[in-house]
Design a protein around this ligand. Structure first.
Ligand SMILES: Cc1cc2nc3c(=O)[nH]c(=O)nc-3n(C[C@H](O)[C@H](O)[C@H](O)COP(=O)(O)O)c2cc1C
Length: 170
C-alpha cells in the first residue's frame, strides 16, 4: 500500500501536522502543494492519501489546492478504491462560521470521484458556529486550531492518527 501526504499551508501550521502524519504512516511521498505538486498523477499514484488544507477567505481551500481540485472534477479522475483522510488548520473564534470548511470542500470533490473516507472526528471540545466539514454530525477529518487552542493540537493529532490506524487496519 502506497501512502501519500499532500498539504497546502500558508504559515506552516497544516504543514507541521502533515509531517507528523507522514512519520506516523511512513509515507512514501510528502507533497507541499506549493512547491512539489506538478500533476494529479501524483495523487493517483497512491492507495492511501492524507490530504491537508488550511481554510482561507470565507471557508475556502488553501490557494494551492484550488486548481488541482478543479482539475480532479473537470477531468473526472477516478479515485474509487482509494482511501483518503483529511486534515487542516483553521480558526474557530474569528472564522467560526466557516471553521475548517476546506476539509468539507475537499471531501465533496474526492467522494464525488469515488474515494472512501476514513478519519472522521468528533466535534466535542471544539467551539465553532458552522462548518462545511460537518458530515453526519462529525468532522470529515482532523481540525487543528493553533490560533486559539495550540495546547490541544498534539493530543488531537495523536487521537486522530490512532483512529485512522485502526480504520485502515494498521
Ligand atoms: C484572511 C484570513 C481568512 C481566514 N479564513 C478562515 C476560515 O474561513 N475558516 C477557518 O477555519 N480559518 C480561517 N482562517 C484561519 C487560518 O486557517 C489559520 O490561521 C490557520 O492556522 C492557517 O494555517 P496554515 O499555516 O496551515 O495555512 C483565516 C485566516 C485569515 C488570515
Amino acid at each position: 500500500m502506497s501512502v501519500g501526504v499532500f498539504y497546502g499551508t500558508c504559515s506552516g501550521i497544516t504543514g507541521n501536522v502533515a509531517h507528523k502524519i507522514a512519520e506516523a504512516f511512513e509515507a512514501d511521498e510528502v507533497v507541499n502543494m506549493e512547491e512539489d505538486f506538478d500533476s494529479t498523477d501524483q495523487l493517483l499514484a497512491h492507495d492511501i492519501l492524507f490530504l491537508g488544507s488550511s481554510t482561507w477567505g470565507q471557508g475556502d481551500v488553501q490557494r494551492d489546492w484550488v486548481d488541482p481540485l478543479l482539475e480532479i472534477g473537470d477531468d473526472e479522475l477516478d479515485f474509487s478504491g482509494k482511501t483518503v483522510a483529511f486534515f487542516g488548520a483553521g480558526d474557530a473564534k474569528t472564522h467560526g462560521e466557516h471553521f475548517v470548511s476546506a476539509l468539507g470542500k475537499m471531501y465533496d470533490v474526492f467522494t464525488e470521484r469515488g474515494a472512501s473516507v476514513v478519519g472522521f472526528f468528533p466535534t466535542e471540545g471544539y467551539n465553532f458556529e458552522a462548518s462545511l466539514a460537518m458530515k453526519n454530525a462529525m468532522f470529515c477529518g482532523l481540525p487543528i486550531d493553533e490560533v486559539n487552542e495550540p495546547e490541544k493540537t498534539q493530543a488531537r493529532v495523536e487521537a486522530w492518527i490512532a483512529k485512522v490506524k485502526e480504520e485502515i487496519g494498521e
